[in-house]
Design a protein around this ligand. Sequence first.
Ligand code: GUN
Length: 301
Amino acid sequence: MIAEARAAEAAIIDGRAFADTLGERIARQVGDFAAQTGRAPGLAVVLVGTDPASEIYVRSKGRMARKLGMESFEHVLPASVSQAELMALVARLNADEAVDGILVQLPLPGDLDSLAVIEAIDPSKDVDGLHPVNAGYLASGLPGLVSCTPLGCLMLLQDSLGDLSGLDAIVVGRSILVGKPMAQLLLGANCTVTMAHSRTRDLAAKVGRADIVVAAVGSAEMIRGEWIKPGATVIDVGTSRVIRDGRTCLVGDVDFAGASQRARAITPVPGGVGPMTIMTLMHNTLIAAYRRTGLSAPKID
Ligand code: GUN
């Protein structure tokens, strides 16, 4: 009985283990790059203000870059910084030959215009893949730099499922950071893609038809387990803090316990997509460094 129940439960997609393996490969390639060029790839991360979650993200990005042998340049600016001062920093980083990747942590505080800042970043250093030039390359199927979180989701899906050709995928959420590039990546991998969002009608039925569900809405457990098609693969990008039995815990956009009874494989929260996002940022920085130097970049997979 117990064995039968267990057999029906979804496999856990271990993003931490995948990211660790990817990190080992990146560290070796960083060494190769340094041997060929005499310098390490450089990542500049810009934090404006003192948002505690952003401070943790920025610190961990710098730590990971150093761990893999890259140069890390961390710029912390007060929330009172002017748009012009922030743009001037981006211009300096664009011109700095030691910097291969630039990431400005979002959201920016106050009235700062994040789109203007993103557009000011040299697309060849836009390791976030957010510049409209990189978004356009992705939509056109051309090589550019791809947003870290969706790239990590694609890697996990291909590792779990192999060839994605012909599969029905639904992406729930249409942000420029995750939903839109995710849909483009799945399309590029020959999936038939539905993009769902806050105005989508009968989300349950649409989710229920999908072989692949990518949930990126930022709303705790809004995708119910009973919506999931039996045998589907579920990637949960959401992280929300909720109080359970008097304790704060982290949950995703998907009802994990319910979905696990129907899916063939599912990412946990935490430990699924999260660890991949930082490693794909390292991957993008390495790729940017190779391309900017005119050397052929190592293979992505
Ligand atoms: N804030 C949360 N996620 C991200 C990300 O992937 N990139 C940037 N720049 N800011 C973020």
